[in-house]
Design a protein around this ligand. Sequence first.
Ligand code: SAH
Length: 377
Amino acid sequence: MRALQTHIRSGQGSGLHLENKDANVPRMGPASILPNIKSPGAEGLAPLLMEHGFPRYRAGQILQWIYQHHAARFDEMTNIAKPDRARLASLFSILSLDPIRVERSTDGTRKFLFRLEDDHAVESVLIPDEERMTLCISSQVGCRQACRFCLTGSSGFLRDLHGWEIADQVLQIARVLRKEGDRTITNIVLMGMGEPLDNYDEVIAALKIITAADGLGLSPRRITLSTAGLAPQIVQLGASGNRVNLAISLNAPNDAVRDRIMPVNRRHPLKELLAACKKYPLDPRRRITFEYVLLKGVNDSEDDAVAVARLLKGIRCKINLIPFNPFPGAPFERPDDSTVRRFQNILLDRHYTAPVRESRGRDISAACGQLRERISG
Ligand code: SAH
């Protein structure tokens, strides 16, 4: 699930969905927009409100209204006194990501395109299966990692997402699902566009909103952060107390191959990466996930499988095998099914859990490494 950057052509509106319809809030154009109440995040809101003379508990009330009751305006917040609501509306706006397009795959996967304040855009992918409703969200517009098998990598980096923009992908899709009376989001994966650990602080801020009891209220156990392997930030995340699941895009059996396909490996080679993984605090019965994109003739041989098994020895983990999703101009091919099976069997023989993961939503370019959205006029 790798969402790709989009830049929306100018002249298509403010680029922002301003939901605050309170009379005294200006509604036109980003320049006139009041500070966004979502920006300070789960921990920053109370101190900010107190600076304005509001009691501390207002923060919890407002977070609940926004993230649980899906309020779009202060005047919906009926347990806050009317004069306070009016003052809030005179001080703050409630900005939201604007879901401007949804595509639906024959397999039920849905891809949402969100417009950002500055007319960039990001995508999120909603993937239903029997037990789960997994939402794959983006953390950056574009990506700096330049992994050669990934379309985002070849498109460069535009900007980091703010914490509230990362969390708002979840909120906006939760709103859609609630309106439909459909199932709710059960799991979140940070596997969309961008490298989450390259936008560390904002991702942590987003996780706080997503997990806060007054916020979206999801358990960290239901959240998986996937990284290309920024070892120092893996250590930092482990020490931070945010007990989310960790996924590592391994994709190679050794440094020689990894250096070639993932430039990050030249800065943080496998030894450093795996040492960081070994330090990562795991609750009982939790495992690290290693993702392994199988590239024909590059990392898919029997020797490669044996080497991967050796490399991960001693790490409580599972290995998701993902046959490469091609895109136009991609310098790699997908291995045939028998090669994939052979690779898998070598890992299974060595007692690893190693499912083959077929990406969902391939017909709407929602699959790993395939998403490239453009809004064309
Ligand atoms: N930057 C993060 C998250 C985004 S990538 C990371 O690197 O983990 C999410 C997953 O999609 C990664 O495991 C990546 O290896 C995989 N992926 C990227 N391009 C792909 C492609 N073309 N085919 C299959 N999987 C791909």
